[in-house]
Design a protein around this ligand. Structure first.
Ligand code: MF3
Ligand code: CO
Ligand code: CO
Length: 275
């Protein structure tokens, strides 16, 4: 297993797949409200992908040691850290939920997730979601040729822990392309200057899972997928797929209704430099 470097033509394919993944989230956004079940959200996503001519990368996905994942996306509610499976329970006011969408288009994978805050969630819940968004972006702006993977993790960890949150260690970002999970692993903690050097053509996700309480996690129930915080504290996650360009980065999983970058960032490092 080695890192794949994408050609200009590969990048065109990745741009399309990544935009479609983001557009699924755009489409779902008005439907994510109290009273709706996560199974309904899953069904809407499946319909949206069918219209796009994309297919879900998660439906039937079965890494070694796992049962096949049964749904078209992941819905991780409140203290669920990741890989929550849609079900028939209606969402409630005050819930926070990550929706993680990965599609395949013409053989290319696009992977992105967002947080949704339903109704009058607590200040703590809204703050966790907003801070995790900023944590992801603090990682993204590190991306440029010559930087190291450790720079990304260190920036995320410093920001998150500096605000009193903890960083989940067991799951990480990942290279992505013609496979769902490629090398390298993109840790969301670490030390600057360590691990692989970033080079143009690398494409990987940055997807920090940040807990309000302790960082420890455990498996929940016996579905083989759902991961929760051990202390039952709230957890949040955001995810973008990012390309290393000749001079910096380009976020590929953007769309018309995608939450815009925070003030210190931009969709591409080029637009940041001229802003
Ligand atoms: N989309 C997740 C990621 O960001 C992986 C989900 S795998 C699933 O890597 F099977 F749980 F859907
Ligand atoms: Co994902
Ligand atoms: Co991912």
């Amino acid at each position: 297993m080695t890192i794949t470097y994408k050609t200009a033509q590969d990048i065109e394919g990745m741009r399309v797949a990544c935009r479609l993944a983001a557009e699924v989230l755009d489409y779902l956004t008005p439907h994510i409200r109290p009273g709706v079940t996560t199974n309904e959200i899953d069904r809407l996503a499946a319909e949206c992908m069918a219209r796009q001519g994309s297919i879900s990368a998660t439906l039937g996905y079965q890494p070694p040691g796992y049962p096949p994942y049964p749904k078209s996306l992941c819905t991780s509610l409140n203290h669920v850290v990741c890989h929550g499976i849609p079900n028939d329970k209606p969402l409630k006011k005050g819930d926070i939920m990550n929706v993680d969408v990965t599609v395949i288009k013409d053989g290319w994978y696009g992977d992105t997730s967002r947080m949704f805050v339903l109704g009058e969630a607590s200040i703590a819940a809204r703050r966790l979601s907003a801070m995790t968004f900023d944590a992801m972006w603090h990682g993204i702006v590190q991306v440029k040729p010559g930087a190291h993977l450790g720079d990304i993790g260190a920036a995320i960890q410093k920001f998150a822990e500096g605000h009193g949150f903890s960083v989940v260690r067991e799951f990480c970002g990942h290279g992505i392309g013609r496979k769902f999970h490629e090398e390298p692993q993109v840790l969301h903690y670490g030390r600057p200057g360590t691990l692989d050097e970033l080079k143009p053509g690398m494409v990987f996700t940055i997807e920090p899972m940040i807990n309000a309480g302790r960082r420890e996690i455990k498996e929940f129930g016996n579905d083989g997928w759902t991961i929760v915080t051990k202390d039952r504290s709230l957890s949040a996650q955001w995810e973008h797929t990012v390309l290393v360009t000749e001079t910096g980065y380009e976020v590929l999983t953007r769309s018309d209704a995608c939450p815009p970058p925070p003030a210190f960032a931009a969709w591409t490092s080029e637009s940041l430099a001229t802003a």
